[in-house]
Design a protein around this ligand. Structure first.
Ligand code: NDP
Length: 237
């Protein structure tokens, strides 16, 4: 592996974000994760960040840059939430808070990351979306809208900053074994398992592998892409 790069993973204290952070660290990169409370996972630099707050995002980047000794070259915008309910019952707050966290949160991080990347004349932005962003999902109008928004965000960044050595891509996981899916009702899990060609949920490490690939030198000409890690669930979407 060449020079270690400075990586920031939002929501890297657990689940998919933690697997991604550990995968970058395992290949020798310098990694900071954001968390909202408590202690960071062992062996990783932790910075406090609330992605719905621009000042908190700016402070987290400053702290990560200080700890890692330079600008962030790889941003993984992973922090996300669900607040599922049917359209008819969804409150303004349930819609707005999910979009504010998943989509506007990623925008705030990308905007702050772009400063350092433009100066470096290189950078990788990877947005963790979801198969439901393009496939749709009943009870998830807020979540699916926020996740498809990440595609427009990444593609516009690609057009704006592609000439400066910066790529922006989306990873669209299907069903991954984490706290988020542990909350799903058993019937829903069974129905999804039946619909997934691979016949199983994925591990967080399988999402991490696609993410580290998009940040690798070999992926330097891939930008504005949506890479599914969904066992075939979303094919064609
Ligand atoms: P988890 O619920 O396990 O973790 C979510 C992470 O996001 C936590 O670190 C959480 O921090 C952080 N987070 C949530 N809200 C905020 C906020 N406002 N500011 C800062 N950090 C925040 O989720 P997963 O690991 O399952 O999911 C990670 C990403 O992958 C999400 O974007 C999710 O939508 C996406 N995804 C997940 C799938 C799955 O099957 N699990 C499938 C497809 C996509 P804290 O610990 O403080 O709450």
């Amino acid at each position: 592996m060449s020079e270690p790069r400075n990586v920031l993973v939002t929501g890297g204290n657990r689940g998919i974000g933690l697997a991604i952070a550990r995968a970058f660290a395992a290949q020798g990169d310098k990694v900071a994760i954001t968390h909202r409370s408590g202690e960071p996972p062992e062996g990783l630099v932790g910075v406090i960040c609330e992605v719905t707050d621009s000042a908190s995002v700016d402070a987290a980047f400053a702290a990560a840059e200080e700890a890692l000794g330079g600008p962030i070259e790889i941003l993984v915008a992973n922090a996300g939430i669900t607040k599922d309910t049917l359209l008819l019952r969804m409150s303004d707050d349930e819609f707005a808070s999910v979009v504010d966290t998943n989509l506007a949160g990623a925008f705030r991080c990308a905007r702050r990351a772009s400063k350092g990347m433009i100066r470096l004349r290189r950078g990788r932005m990877i947005f963790i979306s979801s198969v439901v962003g393009l496939y749709g999902s009943p009870g998830q109008t807020n979540y699916a809208a926020s996740k498809s928004g990440l595609v427009g965000l990444a593609r516009s960044i690609t057009r704006e900053l592609g000439g400066r050595g910066i790529t922006a891509n989306v990873v669209a996981p299907g069903f991954i074994d984490t706290d988020m899916t542990a909350e799903l009702p058993e019937d829903t899990k069974k129905a999804y398992l039946a619909a997934i060609p691979a016949g199983r949920f994925a591990t967080p490490d399988e999402v991490a592998a696609a993410t580290t690939f998009l940040a690798s030198p070999e992926a330097g000409y891939i930008s504005g892409a949506v890479i599914p890690v969904d066992g075939g669930l979303g094919m064609g979407h």
